[in-house]
Design a binder for this molecule. Structure first.
Ligand code: SF4
Length: 221
């Protein structure tokens, strides 16, 4: 069997440093699977981010609670602070009005990222964080440029807060993300988060003769 030099077992994590002599990182997190590899990489370099869970895009609320609690559980295990931010879904729906039929990675997602990062940047600014980043970009389903553009836009609103556009996918980041998810038996969500992504994922499944998504039952193993 060919050894994978980027697997958890073989990879020697390089020491990371925050950019531009920044000291205090706020890490916006979307879910435990995306956050796991990033949290472990940072801790290995003695960087202890505060995790900021602000995701009013996740529906319905039962799904939101599962994803949040998985993330909370892993924070507790690693000893990181977890900020449980608002679930202001009504504002999310208001902001997304007119974009309900946009495809994933389209204009609706830009608004969704903007909303989540604007709040993250505000929290960073009000709580002495000089840097924020997000776990969203580690997923290969996402458009990293779209995410980073949103992050940079949000950071521009506050002096003293920068956005860190580190590429967490490279050097096996996505592979280790799956390895950690399996090791921790994280909940495995099957759609991005909003009702529209659930609708579209189920539509695709129907067209491809696959069963509809049943929420709340799938875990990595
Ligand atoms: S598909 Fe995902 S990123 Fe796009 S609007 Fe829905 S929840 Fe947000």
């Amino acid at each position: 069997m060919i050894e994978n030099k980027f697997s958890l077992e073989n990879y020697v994590r390089p020491t990371m440093v925050l950019p531009d002599n920044k000291k205090n990182l706020l890490l916006h997190s979307c879910c435990a699977p995306c956050a796991g590899e990033i949290m472990e990489a940072l801790i290995k370099s003695n960087i202890h981010p505060t995790i900021y869970f602000y995701n009013p895009n996740i529906h319905p609320i039962e799904e939101y609670k599962i994803r949040k609690n998985e993330n909370k559980r892993f924070c507790k295990k690693l000893g990181l602070d977890f900020i449980d931010a608002d679930y202001d879904k009504d504002n999310w729906f208001e902001r997304i009005k007119g974009l309900e039929n946009e495809p994933e990675r389209g204009k609706r997602c830009s608004q969704c990222f903007d909303m989540r990062f604007e709040r993250s940047a505000l929290f960073a600014s009000e709580n002495n964080f000089d840097l924020f980043a997000t776990t969203l970009g580690i997923s290969r389903w996402k458009d990293m440029n779209q995410i980073n553009s949103s992050g940079l836009r949000a950071a521009k609103r506050y002096s003293g807060v920068d956005y860190w556009d580190f590429n967490w996918r490279k050097k096996g980041g996505s592979l280790r993300m799956i390895e950690i998810s399996k090791r921790e038996k994280f909940y495995q969500q099957e759609y991005c988060g909003c009702v529209y992504s659930l609708r579209d994922s189920n539509k695709w499944r129907k067209e491809n003769n696959r069963d509809r998504i049943i929420r709340g039952i799938k875990f990595y193993n």
